[in-house]
Structure formats: C-alpha cells, structure tokens
Ligand binder design. Structure first.
Ligand SMILES: [Fe+2]
Length: 381
C-alpha cells in the first residue's frame, strides 16, 4: 500500500493549530482539515480516511464525541485524540470506550507526532490486510461442507508457511491429537472435531505481524501479549461456521493449563474442555520436537521428560501418557519416519519453508477456491 497517499483527517477549532498539523504531516500524507466535529464527520463520509486526529476541546462537539460518531461511518479508521492537561476525564472515557488508539498531550512535539502517525498508519494497513485475509479464509472455510478436506489441508499448509519456522506444524499437531483421541475412545464426531481443531488451532496467528511470528529470539513481554490473543482470534474466525462449532471451544482454550495459569480465560482442571487439553499436549510436543526460530529441537527423550515433568500442572497426565504410547517414549514412531494416521484421511503436504508465507497463503487460498468451485459445479463427483 502506498503510505504516501494515506488520507488523514485533522479536526481542530483553531485554524492555526490545523495549519500546523497539516504542515507537519502534509509532505507524507494527504491531509483533510475540519474546524468542527460535524464538518469532520462530513469529510469522513466522503473520503477513505485511515486516521483521525482530533482536538478534544471544541465548541459543540468534543473530540471524544467525534470519535464515537466516527465509529458508525468508518469503524476501521485509527483514532488519535489531542488533549490538554485538564482533559483527564475525557481521556479516561475515551480509553475506556476503546475508541482511541493513542492520545497526544498538548503542546505536542512534531517528531513525536510524526512517529505516532507513522505507527498508526502502519497499524491501519496491517489491520486492513488482515481483514482481507480473514475474509478470504472465511469464504474458503464456509465452503468446507461442500469441498473435499483438501481445502482444510491447503489452509493448514498456508498457515504453517506464514506462522511456523518448520512446515507442517498444524497437521502434525492434528495427528498427535487424533492418536490421543483414539486411545481415549472418543466418538467419530469428536475425532473429526479434534482433527479440525488441531489443524485450525492457530489460525488466529494470521493477525500477528510476521516480525513477531518469525522473530529469531525470545519474545519481549509486549510481543508475548500480542501473541497471547491468537486463541481468541482463532475461535472468532470460525465462530459462524456450523461444521466447526464442536472444534471452536477446543481452539479457544488450547493454551489453558490444568493449574489455571494458562490463557485466555485461566480455566483450570476439568473446566478446560477435553479437546483443548489434547491440543495443548500435541502442540507442546511438536513445538519441542521441531526446530524453532530461536532454538533447535530438544529431542524426543527430553520432550517426553518435559511432558511428564509438567503433567498435573500444565498437562493432563492421561493425555500425556496416551500420546507417548502412540509415538513412543523415545519418539520411535517418528524416528522411523512414521506419523499417527489422520482420521479424516488427510495427507501431510511438503511445504517449502523458503517460500514467502504471504505468497503461499495467497496461492493456497486460490487453490482452495478453485477446488471448491470444481466440487460444486454440475457433474462434479
Ligand atoms: Fe497456539
């Protein structure tokens, strides 16, 4: 996206302030100025504005009121409030209502303002790009019931290409989960849900910037917080898809720990759905036995040791033992080049990890759509 033409709306009742804002931002962005809230909202209706910067103290309509009204016109626009020292309550209200990306205290510094605006525009671009991806994924997912399971496989491959250092993570997790499900004697429907949950559990990572996903070092606390939202996002992305309704809670809770110290809802013990407890163990085992951006795999024996060490605190002991009896204490099945069988009959695809995740994602979505069209066209098998 051409950031130089991103459109910014600035609202301030003081003409001198407006001129100053436009002078600071005008070189890089297309700026639109308004002397009042209603005038600003008119511009918002006509222009594809990505960022709104508004003064708080204005006669008639305050900045907070403008930002609230802007939600029904351009909900995706990023919002920045300019406030004086005396506007604390307005600020608290704005932050609590979730309408403000940032506030800038007056008098502002030009360089700080430029940096904040740059970050805000980047956040907007990322949000838009993600919304597009989510839309395309949902189209493909909605067709699930009409298409072969190859569609899910393409999505999983694409997700792994974007999100994981080693390819095939989602599909391996689903296989480990299915092997546990077999040993626990789950029903056919539960087995289907478990494999789908295994494949799609991290789909919300599509909203996490690649600079975090692919960071070749441990994440900072801020980056961890961004990552921690992914189970909720994964669950939200599939919530309207009937075929995935059983898998949905398992996806949402796949990072909950038995002792209640996991996320996103700090569930504990049996209140964590069984499928979520299975995905957690399968996910941890694959993470430990695959190379990651910041470390090599720790080996099968050590992974076995770690799973047992945290049995009862993080992991469900019965599930850990079921997985180990399936793959072997020393990963014997995997060392021999084997992998637990798919319940849905999916193959593991070889993904080229050097191919750009985004390119791969686009290609996989195209492939999935083509397959969907083929399968619903008259005469298709
Ligand atoms: Fe995850």
């Amino acid at each position: 996206m051409d950031k130089s033409r991103s459109k910014i709306l600035v609202i301030d009742d003081e003409p001198a302030n407006l001129r100053l804002l436009r002078r600071v931002l005008g070189d890089e962005y297309e700026t639109f100025a308004a002397l009042s809230g209603p005038e600003g909202l008119d511009i918002l209706r006509q222009q594809d504005i990505c960022l709104i910067i508004t003064d708080q103290r204005m006669p008639g309509m305050t900045g907070v009121q403008v930002l609230e009204s802007s939600l029904s016109i351009r909900p995706e626009a990023i919002k920045i409030l300019l406030t004086g020292y005396t506007d604390i309550q307005a600020l608290i209200d704005a932050i609590n209502s979730g309408n403000v990306y940032k506030y800038i205290q007056k008098p502002w510094d030009a360089e700080d303002l430029k940096l904040t605006v740059k970050r805000a525009v980047e956040a907007y671009d990322l949000r838009r790009a993600n919304q597009q991806l989510v839309k395309e994924l949902q189209v493909a997912l909605l067709q699930l019931e009409n298409v072969s399971m190859g569609t899910i496989q393409a999505l999983a491959d694409a997700l792994d290409a974007k999100c994981d250092y080693t390819s095939g993570h989602s599909l391996r997790v689903s296989r480990y989960a299915v092997s546990v499900g077999r040993r626990l004697g789950l029903t056919e429907l539960e087995m289907r849900d478990l494999e789908l949950a295994g494949i799609l559990h991290d789909i919300g990572k599509i909203g996490v910037p690649e600079s975090i996903l692919w960071k070749p070092a441990r994440l900072t606390p801020e980056e961890q917080a961004i990552m921690a939202v992914h189970p909720v996002r994964s669950a939200q992305m599939i919530e309207d898809i009937p075929v995935l309704s059983g898998a949905q809670p398992w996806i949402r809770h796949h990072h909950e720990y038995l002792d209640g110290s996991g996320y996103p809802d700090q569930l504990a013990g049996d209140s964590i759905p069984l499928g979520a407890r299975v995905i957690l163990v399968a996910d941890a085992y694959d993470a430990m036995t695959s190379d990651r951006p910041y470390r090599k795999n720790i080996g099968y024996e050590r992974a076995t040791f770690e799973l047992r060490k945290y049995s009862g605190s993080q992991f469900d002991k019965q599930i850990v033992e079921a997985l180990l009896s399936s793959v072997g204490e020393g990963g014997e099945l995997l060392r021999a080049g084997g992998i637990p069988e798919s319940f849905l009959g999916l193959q593991l695809n070889a993904v080229d990890p050097l191919q750009s995740g985004k390119q791969y994602l686009a290609e996989s979505i195209r492939r999935a759509k083509a397959e969907a069209e083929q399968s619903v066209s008259p005469g298709a098998a």
